[in-house]
Design a protein around this ligand. Structure first.
Ligand SMILES: Cc1cc2nc3c(=O)[nH]c(=O)nc-3n(C[C@H](O)[C@H](O)[C@H](O)COP(=O)(O)OP(=O)(O)OC[C@H]3O[C@@H](n4cnc5c(N)ncnc54)[C@H](O)[C@@H]3O)c2cc1C
Length: 186
């Protein structure tokens, strides 16, 4: 804990054994010598806009992430600087789950899709609701404002925790209308 990896040490910049890592513990620089090897398990880079858009240019700062803010992939870059190869970097899974207003994981994603219709901001349905995550994400990224509006009737609401539904309506993150005409006005 509180120990940050700041580099990887190799015998020579681009060849020889990896000897260990450079780290910072409470502002103090330290080196940790590897006994056998170094395994990097520092997670992904979904929170780093520059790095992720290098591999998938659609993932600009407009696209929110539910990754932790520290998912910035610097250890991958340290390894690449020493000659490590990477693969599959452009396989970044997207799930249409962020609340447009809060940019946080939205509870609506748990409602279930069998009683829902997805439309864009023009009110047009553009994707099968039961599509795979990549199909849904791909379709949403092509819509105005990169937004999917989730329309559901009370079948959906009854199945979900009604208190949470009421809370998000009260917070102004969801809207209720009694008729389709009224819904269109929102
Ligand atoms: C909202 C959300 C929901 C998810 N739901 C599911 C699910 O239902 N099922 C499922 O299977 N997966 C789910 N996932 C994916 C899953 O959480 C990840 O695939 C998994 O946590 C990746 O594990 P990891 O050990 O590779 O990386 P991480 O869990 O990201 O761990 C990497 C660790 O390295 C540390 N680290 C990074 N850089 C440094 C550094 N320079 N110095 C020191 N430490 C560093 C980080 O602080 C972190 O503790 C979800 C992810 C999200 C964001």
């Amino acid at each position: 804990m509180e120990c940050q990896l700041t580099g990887i040490v190799r015998q020579k910049p681009l060849n020889g054994d990896v000897l260990g890592v450079e780290a910072q513990y409470r502002k103090k620089k330290m080196y940790i010598k590897a006994k056998k090897g170094v395994v990097l398990a520092t997670g992904g880079f979904g929170a780093d806009v520059v790095m992720r858009s290098k591999y998938d240019p659609r993932l600009t700062s407009e696209v929110p992430t539910t990754n932790v803010a520290t998912a910035t992939g610097e250890a991958i870059v340290y390894a690449e600087d020493l000659g490590a190869d990477v693969s599959g970097m452009d396989f970044i899974q997207l799930l249409v789950a962020c609340n447009f207003f809060t940019k946080q994981y939205g509870s609506l994603a748990n409602l279930g899709i069998d009683a829902a219709i997805f439309v864009n901001t023009n009110g047009k349905r553009f994707v099968p609701e039961d599509g795979r995550r990549d199909v849904l994400a791909e379709a949403v990224l092509k819509q105005p404002q990169k937004v999917l509006l989730w329309m559901a009737d009370d079948t959906c609401q009854k199945r979900f925790n009604p208190e949470i539904t009421e809370a998000i309506i009260k917070d102004g993150y969801s809207f209720r209308a009694d008729t389709l005409e009224d819904l269109a006005k929102i």
